[in-house]
Write a protein that binds this ligand. Structure first.
Ligand SMILES: Cc1ncc(COP(=O)(O)O)c(C=O)c1O
Length: 400
């Protein structure tokens, strides 16, 4: 008989096996009791592809803290070339890449960084720049298009010789801007912020967790974006579908210091080539298909707005630029983001009868009045059609 202690472990193993068989084949989709699960909560939910798993299994590895992992070295070489930077460095996460950048750009005390009030670095990194870099955040409003007004940045730069003031050392931008709905910052805007930063002797860091999505949307090489910043942190564990890993890129001097800061933060990894192998595979197989995620997001947005009797939600369809968009519920008559997400995840008997299938669509409440949807490598055209049918049914029900 299975003991109480052993049972959860067995369940865990069974779950892992399900995941494995799902990823091993392209036809199997995540289902539970015959219900199709369409997971639109985040692009972080992506599972590594079969190609990635094979690359990981056969990767040549060495001790990366000693600089001897050939696969990591190859990844860093390729990323430097792609980004047009002198050097780059594998780090475990986007949060660590951003923190290392703040530590490096803001050496010494009494220092301040300007960043958007809807930026990931300010909202969702546990206040790490205050905790570990000792740097104060000075936020400025993010506009709906993800930018921060140039005047708002200029007015916050503090470089005067006045004992009352901290010194501004850094400006941080985010591209694509997640909380603003995956918005892409225009290249001309990046150039303007960089020129202001240069004028004031301040560095510019880019949280480029989804910079490949930005480059795809602009249809430019990613280096066209990165040329305007002093450092960039790029996540491979989001739309790029890898299990772990980010790349930090910048000058040789910046990366020299970044390597030391990474070690101090406990981010030095040994045979990290197994992660780098997945990341290299992603550059070859996932980056070229990111435009599919963008058109799928747009199609879902259009499908939502085409719901004939919808009175509760709104999507700015022309504003859908990448793989992330927001549903706004400011005129929802009391329906909350939580309730909408809950209803979209459930399947009723009446709905099953009407649609002829069971679909559970998972989404994230993202503000008091907003829900976020994110497409990614594990969302297919069939998932898009299922999600639209589900939305049209549920919105009719909720609009009565
Ligand atoms: C815009 C942005 N920056 C940074 C991060 C942090 O990345 P990580 O989860 O790898 O620490 C995230 C994570 O979702 C993000 O969306």
């Amino acid at each position: 008989m299975t003991s109480r202690l052993v049972r959860p472990a067995l369940q865990q193993l069974r779950m892992q096996n399900q995941v494995r068989s799902y990823n091993g084949s392209t036809s199997a989709r995540p289902t539970k009791n015959g219900c199709h699960i369409v997971d639109l909560r985040s692009d972080t939910v992506t599972k590594p592809t079969t190609a990635m798993r094979q690359a990981m299994a056969t990767a040549e590895v060495g001790d990366d803290v000693m600089g001897e992992d050939p696969t990591v070295n190859e990844l860093q070489r390729r990323c430097s070339a792609l980004f047009g930077t002198e050097d780059s460095l594998l780090v475990p996460s986007g949060t660590m890449g951003n923190l290392i950048s703040v530590v490096n750009h803001c050496q010494g005390r009494f220092q301040e960084a300007i960043l958007g009030d809807r930026s990931h670095m300010f909202l969702y990194e546990v206040g790490s720049m205050a905790q570990f870099a000792g740097v104060q955040c000075y936020t400025a409003p993010n506009q709906a298009d993800g930018t921060i007004l140039l005047e708002d940045i200029r007015n916050r730069i503090r470089v005067k010789d006045d004992d009352h003031l901290p010194w501004t050392k850094l400006i941080c931008l985010e591209n694509t801007q997640n909380k603003c709905g995956g918005k892409v910052l225009p290249l001309s805007y990046l150039a303007e912020v960089k020129s202001l930063a240069n004028e004031k002797g301040v560095k510019l860091h880019l949280d480029g967790a989804r910079v490949f999505n930005a480059a795809t949307a602009l249809d430019v090489p990613v280096s066209d974006i990165v040329q305007h910043v002093d450092s960039v942190s790029v996540c491979f564990s989001k739309g790029l579908a890898c299990p772990v890993g980010s790349i930090l890129a910048g000058t040789k001097d910046f990366i020299f210091m970044a390597r030391r800061t990474r070690k101090a933060l406990g981010g030095g990894m040994r045979q990290a080539g197994i992660l780098a192998a997945a990341m290299l595979s992603s550059l070859d197989t996932i980056v070229p298909r990111l435009h599919e995620d963008h058109s799928r997001a747009k199609k879902i947005a259009e499908g939502i707005m085409a719901s004939p009797s919808n009175k509760v939600v709104e999507v700015d369809v022309p504003g859908v630029q990448t793989n992330i968009f927001m549903i706004e519920m400011t005129k929802s008559g009391g329906l909350t983001p939580d309730k909408l997400c809950q209803r979209m995840s459930q399947v009723t008997d009446a709905e099953r009868g009407h649609l002829g299938s069971s679909v559970s669509a998972l989404m994230q409440p993202f503000s008091e009045t907003g829900v976020r949807l994110v497409t990614h490598n594990d969302i297919t055209d069939e998932d898009v059609d299922r999600t639209i049918s589900k939305f049209q049914y549920v919105l009719t029900e909720l609009s009565q």
